[in-house]
Design a protein around this ligand. Structure first.
Ligand code: WTA
Length: 631
């Protein structure tokens, strides 16, 4: 069957085929990639035990598919256009030939430093080409990378390194974002004090800053690559061999190491990049995500390179040196497809349209958003002012765990509504369920979003804790993958994500578990208990509101708040700092000791007139007190 999508009718037909014959559909797609050896079976699955295998028995290498197979025809094509933070610094163009050579050399460096197939490697790098090289080189030698966002603290690095027993870490002297300097190597040094599994640390000299190198452990990237040649035979991986781990927050406990495997991830990430954006070979693509998040993995490092695309890679932040920087970059590099987050759109919109003056955005053909629900005002501004009313907006809904886009209005098919992720990608079988797990049929309904059939890029486990994987995603509703998101299906059958229904808060598109922040806050010497909830924020989408109980008198409230923020910064990262902190005498708890977050959420949202039933609380009077002092 012809799987190309020229209009919405094509989509409906392809979708029907993908649901009726999923294995045929996905193997048709899989044949468009290079395999060293074909699969014996397309799919094995059991949602009860959370065991999923795609393309079992096949052999492949992801970096071979991202690089080597393009060389004969388009080796000279630019793979990445690197735009440095500093506006005076020169743009760097890297062709597929060059990227291939860099990756092969670095793969040899990894091997020379003892890395073997299956080893876990931590990557803590800023948005520079070497970050992509490091990821692709890990994939090439069969090592499992765990990228840690370079905004995370030393404590967060060591937690992640220790959880997956990483043997090597790759970092740089530092990063500059806007006018902020971050000494990455220093943070890594601090983290490594408590990381016994790390044997080597490779340091890329990005800024010429002075760093402390520990003999025997730390080596320089630039001296190591001189010791090796540029020939590297890729490691042929089983389709179900691990590819990477990415830590993400959930409702409970510490962040989970979501694990993706080689074959299925490649197939769906490559397919979705091409399909969602309707990517054409001459186009220039720019995804503004950081490689520390899944969007940077799937739609910077892997999706575009799998398709031999040209991507912009930007080192800096959106509003530096002024709020016109993104529009300058689009103008300068003639970007055709621009993929960013609602938070970025809202924050740039807030600066006003003067920053758009004199910027030629006429190269733009497709716009995209990801990571959080987009409000109508931001959608229209994006559509009218950036897309000049002619660029489709792909509002892509997906998750770290899904690996690739699951739902979106596909570019060029002409069916879209502001704020709607619209319809599932071919091959994706969605279901809305009520609290009891019964399917909600019909249109004009709302429920919890589940997926009822496996897809190739789905996570396979939580590293080292399969039980947690099974319980988090497959135990809430029988035989379904539960996304944790609420969702509406409108009268026409189109989907709109309404937000998380669990204790995960989406701040500027960063997933933050309330439990993690509470654990950090509780480390403050005056605090004995806390409850963190989300509340709506004009720019960030949601922000954090912390209710805390102190066992000592707090004299200087402002100082106290700064201290609490500092603890959260140190334990997690600056982006997880609560915007509001309220000291309370007690928290609203049920007789069984559970905090009634529903009530706190309403108070945080400023909706205090109707808090619902409070009679099951041990002490309903606390609610009145908290309400009175709400911020
Ligand atoms: C939210 C990011 C509304 C959702 C790729 C999901 C969205 C969580 C959208 C995953 C969207 C992502 N509209 N909400 N288009 N895309 N989300 O793992 O709540 O960082 O569960 O993956 O972001 O966040 P994650």
């Amino acid at each position: 069957m012809d799987l190309s999508l020229k209009n919405y009718q094509d989509y409906l037909e392809v979708y029907k085929f993908s649901v009726e014959q999923p294995e045929e559909f996905w193997s048709d797609i899989a044949y468009t990639f290079s395999w060293k050896q074909p699969w014996e079976k397309v799919l094995n699955w059991d949602f009860k035990e959370a065991n999923i295998e795609w393309f079992k028995g096949a052999k492949l290498n992801l970096s071979y598919n991202c690089l080597d197979r393009h060389l004969a025809e388009s080796g000279n094509k630019t793979a990445f256009i690197f735009e440095p933070n500093d506006t005076n610094a020169e743009t760097r163009k890297i062709s597929y030939y060059e990227l291939h050579e860099m990756v092969c050399r670095f793969a040899n460096v990894l091997k020379a430093n003892g890395v073997k197939k299956g080893d876990r490697i931590c990557i803590y790098l800023p948005m520079i080409p070497e970050a992509i090289v490091a990821m692709l080189a890990c994939a090439r030698v069969g090592a499992v990378h765990s990228v840690v966002f370079a905004g995370f603290s030393a404590q967060s690095i060591s937690d992640r390194v220790n959880d997956s027993d990483c043997s090597l870490i790759i970092t740089s002297d530092g990063a500059v974002r806007g006018d902020k300097k971050i000494e990455l190597k220093k943070i890594v040094d601090e983290a490594l004090v408590s990381c016994p599994s790390i044997k080597k640390c490779i340091v890329f000299n990005s800024k010429n800053w002075e760093v402390n190198m520990i003999a025997g452990r730390d080596v320089w990237w630039h001296s190591e690559i001189k010791k090796v040649d540029s020939h590297n035979e890729p490691e042929w991986m089983d389709a179900e061999d691990p590819l990477f781990i990415l830590y993400t927050s959930g409702s409970t406990g510490k962040p989970k190491g979501v694990l993706h495997t080689c074959g299925g991830y490649m197939v769906m990430v490559g397919y979705s990049f091409k399909t969602v954006f309707n990517y054409q070979p001459h186009q220039i693509f720019w995804c503004t995500a950081d490689i520390g998040w899944v969007t940077g993995h799937s739609y910077i490092a892997f999706g575009p390179t799998l398709n031999g695309a040209t991507s912009v890679l930007y080192e800096g932040v959106p509003a530096w040196p002024d709020a016109g920087r993104y529009w300058n970059i689009i103008d300068k590099h003639q970007v055709n497809i621009f993929y960013t987050s609602p938070t970025v759109i809202r924050s740039l919109m807030a600066f006003g349209d003067t920053f758009l003056e004199g910027k030629n955005l006429s190269s733009l053909e497709v716009l995209g958003t990801v990571g959080e629900p987009i409000n109508e005002e931001a959608w229209f501004w994006y559509h009218d002012r950036i897309g000049k009313e002619h660029c489709p907006i792909v509002d892509t809904w997906w998750q770290t765990e899904t690996g690739a886009t699951m739902m979106t209005p596909i570019a060029g098919l002409g069916v879209a509504k502001p704020g709607y992720a619209m319809y599932p990608m071919p091959g994706i079988q969605l279901m809305l369920v009520n609290e009891k797990g019964d399917e909600i049929f019909g249109n004009g309904v709302e429920g919890n979003l589940c997926v009822k059939f496996p897809w190739p890029s789905m996570a396979r486990t939580v590293y080292g804790d399969h039980k947690r994987f099974q319980q988090t995603y497959f135990s809430t509703y029988k035989n379904l993958y539960f996304t944790g998101d609420g969702c509406k299906r409108d009268e026409e059958g189109f989907y709109r994500i309404t937000g998380r229904v669990d204790d995960v808060i989406n701040v500027s598109g960063h997933r933050i578990g309330t439990g993690e922040v509470e654990d950090a806050i509780n480390d403050h010497e005056c605090i004995i208990e806390s409850a963190v909830v989300g509340f709506p924020h004009d720019i960030k989408g949601q922000a954090l509101y912390a209710f805390v109980i102190c066992d000592k008198k707090v004299d200087d409230l402002e100082k106290f708040k700064i201290e609490v923020g500092k603890i959260v910064s140190e334990r997690i990262g600056p982006f997880a700092r609560p915007d509001k902190i309220q000291i309370v005498r007690a928290l609203p708890k049920t007789r069984s000791g559970k905090i009634m977050r529903r009530i706190l959420r309403k108070i945080a949202e400023g909706e205090i007139s109707n808090l619902g039933d409070v009679t099951t609380l041990i002490d309903p009077t606390v609610v009145e007190e908290i309400k009175k002092e709400a911020l």
